[in-house]
Design a protein around this ligand. Structure first.
Ligand code: NAD
Length: 391
């Protein structure tokens, strides 16, 4: 059955279009680029999995409920692969596949650098979160998660609510972030981002105080809204943007923060840019516009091309707090549920993100290499210390 789904998707994917600027081995991941697959007898998805080090991909389809999903298990050396499920109206299946491959690999790094005994995985559900949700769809998804027998543990991500996860939990126990348990991870994520942002500010401005610092927050959803609360409480001067007009009005009224249109955020005069919406917002087009000293936000995969844009930021003198180290509060919160630990434990652990970001930036400065590369190395060092790698 799985093979059937696999074949379905293969026919939709042309590898020549999958441009994965990914690293192929933990030893030298930062340098290598996956070359286009010229031999048509080879499987393009297996090629991508090999290049990025994925262990397992499960393609899920259910015509009755309209479910189309991809679950990617990247690496389980440190423990079961934990990572959220995202529901998004992707332009096409290829875009969803690329996203889940990148996101799941990011979870391996995030869990490793956060000193959690977890591997990395992620799932995407292709569809409109506003119109396509149903109990049946999430229960069917839960059945697919269950077939992985605990090698993948799911949780909430963009487009998914704790209530959706309740439906998933009717079919599998391999789900965290349920109401009444660790719950919505966003407050802990936002707290971790806030602490890491302070560490990054110390490196750029000589002080970790955010009082009077101009911070631009892109996306005031679950995480962004809590982050704004921390920033305002410390006396930062906050500018926000979002595509959700009602949310902008509400936040502006509550905190008296400035609102700009989504595309204007890159031109705002700010000390700190906090991307808290979607990935790849740090790219060729935006780097030339960004007028800030620090980039520190919750979004995953902020650098569109990790090597190129990580180096460009360093050349520009912008301190970049690597996303997967900075936004680990959510997975820390989930881990507390897996292990039966308290919310207090999760908050204390998220506070340590300050130290993690500090260590990354110190080493980046000492070794003269971009912060994303240091963070990758630190995560890889931890995985390698636990034994052989599956890549
Ligand atoms: P969310 O869906 O609640 O919020 C995202 C917000 O971004 C929404 O308000 C949306 O309207 C807005 N947005 C979308 N496109 C935009 C655009 N082009 N310009 C401006 N705003 C836009 O998601 P969230 O849970 O707050 O997560 C935000 C980011 O942080 C995601 O990348 C997510 O993967 C990452 N993250 C979240 C957590 C967590 O605990 N929720 C943990 C780690 C990482």
């Amino acid at each position: 059955m799985v093979f059937f789904y696999f074949c379905q998707v293969i026919s939709l994917v042309k590898l020549s279009q999958i441009r994965i600027s990914e690293r192929t081995h933990f030893k030298n991941m930062s340098d290598l680029t996956v070359s286009p697959l010229l031999d048509s007898s080879l499987n393009p998805i297996l090629h991508s999995m090999h290049a990025m080090g994925h262990e397992h991909i499960l393609f899920c389809n259910d015509n009755a409920t309209g479910l189309k999903a991809i679950i990617a298990v990247h690496n389980t050396v440190l423990g079961p692969a934990l990572g959220g499920t995202r529901m998004w109206m992707y332009q096409n299946e290829q875009e969803a596949l690329t996203d889940v491959l990148r996101l799941s690999r990011g979870m391996t790094y995030k869990n490793a650098i956060s000193q959690l005994n977890l591997g990395g995985g992620k799932a995407v559900i292709i569809g409109d979160a506003k119109t396509m949700k149903s109990e049946a769809l999430f229960r069917r998804f839960g059945q697919f998660v269950n077939t992985l027998a605990g090698s993948y543990i799911t949780a909430e991500d963009v487009g998914i609510s704790p209530e959706d996860m309740v439906h998933v939990s009717k079919e599998t126990k391999h789900v965290v972030g349920l109401p009444g348990k660790s719950g919505d991870p966003s407050p802990v994520t936002a707290f971790g981002v806030y602490m890491g942002m302070k560490a990054a500010a110390k490196h750029q401005f000589g002080t970790d105080s955010l009082e009077g610092k101009k911070v631009g927050v892109q996306g005031i959803g679950h995480v962004g809204a809590y982050l704004v609360e921390h920033l305002v409480a410390e006396g930062a001067i906050v500018t926000i943007t979002d595509i959700n007009e009602a949310a902008l009005q509400q936040m502006s009224a509550k905190y008296g923060v400035t609102v700009v249109a989504p595309d204007q955020i890159y031109d705002v005069d700010m000390d700190i840019y906090a991307p808290c919406a979607l990935g790849a917002t740090v790219n060729d087009e935006t780097i030339v516009r960004l007028n800030c000293g620090v980039i520190a936000g919750a979004a995953n995969n902020q650098l569109k091309e990790e090597v190129k844009h990580g180096q460009l930021l360093m050349q520009k003198g912008i301190v970049y707090a690597p996303d997967f180290a900075l936004n680990a509060g959510g997975v820390i919160n989930c881990f507390s549920e897996v292990e039966g630990l308290s919310l207090e434990w999760a908050k204390q652990k998220a506070e340590e993100i300050y130290t993690t970001i500090d260590r990354i930036l110190v080493r980046s400065q000492q070794e003269g290499i971009p912060s994303y590369q240091v963070a990758n190395q630190m995560a890889e060092e931890r995985i390698q210390s636990k034994g052989s790698l599956n890549i």
